[in-house]
Ligand binder design. Structure first.
Ligand code: ZN
Ligand code: FE
Length: 253
């Protein structure tokens, strides 16, 4: 279940009708309201990285619920009781949920993602967005490209639960990069229809991202050609193409 927060964040609530786990509770109030409204009890908190819009609600939630807090071993975040890094398990027995952890540095240095292989879920914070990727606040283009590569290697049907509703603006940039991509054109129409009805565009899927997200497609010759013709790339080196895409997106309006 998606809980909207701030201007464009989603706080994901995983629940079985009785117990719940929340991913990246940047704000406690909407989480507490959702728990109350659905008569759920909180069993765990999962964090992907240290930014305030992802962890700001942890202290208040802990005042009401004494629950384990899973989070990145590589980041100093108040309240973490179970520090995790790649290959670790994040198990929530109350929800019969067994997830595994991937290190996905780039947006922040210690950013992690949670994969629930049985359910086909990915919680990836600000690493992979629908149609885009997070800004490189602490990592290099090579790190982010490598992290996105790990996510792209998950099964195509994997549902992508990212932390922001940036989809339409990401796809507008994607169309600037790949105007001839038919899958992208079709996606823009269907995501626009969801937003027109006030629905989230998320979750996305890994398969859809692989066919439409330029940050997973930077090795495509058509993308390199587009970047070169725009004067933003002078080599055919894939990581240079990735870096040029990220840089262009930073200033794209
Ligand atoms: Zn962030
Ligand atoms: Fe964020």
């Amino acid at each position: 279940m998606a809980i909207p927060a701030f201007a464009d964040n989603y706080l994901w609530l995983i629940h079985d009708g009785v117990q719940a786990a929340v991913v990246d509770p940047g704000d406690a109030a909407p989480v507490l309201a959702a728990l109350d409204a659905h008569k759920l009890s909180l069993a765990a908190i999962l964090l992907t990285h240290h930014h305030a819009d992802h962890v700001g609600g942890v202290a208040s939630l802990l005042r009401r619920y004494k629950v384990p807090v899973f989070g990145p071993a590589g980041e100093a975040i108040e309240g973490i009781t179970i520090p995790l890094s790649e290959g670790d398990a994040a198990t929530i027995p109350e929800l019969e949920l067994a997830m595994t952890v991937l290190d996905v540095p780039g947006h922040t240095r210690g950013h992690i993602a949670y994969v629930a292989p049985e359910q086909g879920w990915l919680f990836c914070g600000d690493t992979l967005f629908a149609g885009g990727c997070g800004r490189l606040f602490e990592g290099s283009p090579a790190q982010m490209a490598d992290s996105l590569g790990k996510l792209a290697a998950l099964p195509d049907a994997t549902e992508v639960y990212c932390a922001h509703e940036y989809t339409l603006s990401n796809l507008r940039f994607a169309a600037e990069i790949e105007p001839e991509n038919d899958a992208l054109t079709a996606r823009i129409q269907s995501e626009q229809a969801k937003r027109d009805q006030g629905r989230p565009t998320l979750p996305s899927t890994i398969g859809l991202e692989k066919s439409t997200n330029p940050f997973l497609r930077y090795r495509e010759p058509a993308i390199a050609a587009r970047l070169i013709s725009a004067g933003r790339l002078s080599t055919r080196e894939p990581i240079a193409a990735f870096a040029a895409l990220r840089e262009w997106k930073n200033s794209y309006r």
